[in-house]
Design a protein around this ligand. Sequence first.
Ligand code: FAD
Length: 554
Amino acid sequence: MITLEDLPAIPVFASVPAEDIARLAHSSGDVRLGVGDYAVHEGDERSMFVVLAGRVEVTKVIDGIERVIGKRVPGQIFGEVPIIFGTPYQGSYRATEAARVMHISARQFHALAAAHPAVLTQVAAIAAERIGGLKGIATAPPKARALILAHAADDTAQQLRTFLGRNQISHDWVLPDAADRATRWTGPALADDELPALVCDDGSLLTRACCRDVAEHLGLQTRPHDGTYDAVIVGGGPAGLAAAVYGASEGLRTLVIEREAPGGQAETSSRIENYLGFPTGVSGDELARRALQQASRLGAEVMVTRTVAGIDPATKVITLDGGDSVRARSIILATGVSWRRLSAPGFDRLLGKGVFYGASRSEAGTTQGQDIHLIGAGNSAGQAALFFANHARTVTLVVRGDSLAKSMSHYLIEQIRGKPNIQVALHSEPQALHGDKRLDSIDLVDRASGTVRRVASGGVFVFIGADAETGWMPEAITRDDRGFVYTGEAAARSGRWPMDRDPYLLETTVPGIFACGDVRSSPVKRVAAAVGEGSMAIAFVHQYLAHAGSAPAG
Ligand SMILES: Cc1cc2nc3c(=O)[nH]c(=O)nc-3n(C[C@H](O)[C@H](O)[C@H](O)COP(=O)(O)OP(=O)(O)OC[C@H]3O[C@@H](n4cnc5c(N)ncnc54)[C@H](O)[C@@H]3O)c2cc1C
């Protein structure tokens, strides 16, 4: 409990009589922070703190990196902006040395301010000043962390751009033949065969750059920090990130291995309308960004640009591309599904050059004022149509069947009807895609009449379903005839379960190896299901480790 003697001089409370301060101190929270402990996180609900001892720094995630934007010492307050403006916290507050802070709830603060209006005036003045500081941060032109030099039709550079976007790293692209190249490109003159090239924010130059090199130069984790983990999660989509959040928060040494960037398929969704707690929907990249921050903050390691190539079911040693390995006490497979490819001439050649899988928000700019085509009739195609309709001149949904109603939710069909620039081409499919360096037109065949018409197209986005890519998994992990992994009762029924006890609900036919999300043999393919299963998997990991008598990794 805090007493008057514990309090340093607190200028904002100068007008408050000692007995009222003593009462406030007595009823406030007495929070002790070790080095690195957070008093409060960005996004938390309003309240106010007074620093009694130690030092606290203010951090904010800007451009994917946590930056320190201020500090507080004894006698100073924090939380003035949330408490005055009724907003969530705009930054996080972390002790840089052992600290003690007094936590004042919003109700306590307003009771004090009602009795002593000078407190309100003072705190409001500090809040106004701080808002000025935040405005400065918001209006400072963002400095890109990476500068790419590449031709517009360069596939590798397109992949780099998507990779940087998915890792929330700001970047600029300079074309080698651009008129302003000399002023924008900070690196040396380079020959075409050295492109794509990239200058990172530390000044380093990468030529013929690939995602792995870029990840390493920009400080993303590409190697495990330890040799053994309690839980290794393969795949960083919603299921994998949920497992990481629960695993790390429950004290398990947790590693996520992701072959591209965190987010999974959800990252390619322009708007997820049905995820609980987001009444106006949430974009896949926003959901992924938050989940990644949460998993990292709780202590999970998230490795990117590494593919799991094999698992030894007997030792649970995981082999990565390039031959590195890591040992796991338990494994969670959260590898989801991969988009089904479109088998039309021109498709593979133009992939990334106007032709894409899914509907990443980062492609919105490229569709501005264009006539574009979305292939597919499911909810993903419907959501993407609504999203791109705000950017493209026209959006045509190319549908094999005779109606959308068989495969798309009613609410999406209604919204599509309300958008005059969305058209639906029924009984249609793409027969060929054309373009030299970039897509310029497609041939659409009318399946009823067989007529083919060539139409100009500024973008083709494909949504024709997805398959599990589980061929690399060992035989011992039993899968259904489409490659989806059996768990729980299905694993027991497969006749390949080796133990006397029943498998846990999400356990595969190898004890201690679990599967969750879209890769699991189950009819449900949804973000909420993936997140729920990822969280549940950790509960089973605990039970498995306790059963196996295996103590958590130190
Ligand atoms: C365009 C679109 C819109 C959608 N809209 C909605 C919606 O509105 N509502 C909804 O509920 N659902 C929606 N979904 C479905 C939802 O996104 C999926 O159900 C969910 O992402 C499944 O999560 P997951 O973690 O199981 O798998 P995924 O999201 O597929 O993630 C799997 C991850 O594993 C990685 N990986 C795969 N193999 C390996 C390997 N060998 N080594 C390392 N990493 C590997 C992949 O790179 C990927 O990042 C949509 C999907 C799409 C594509």
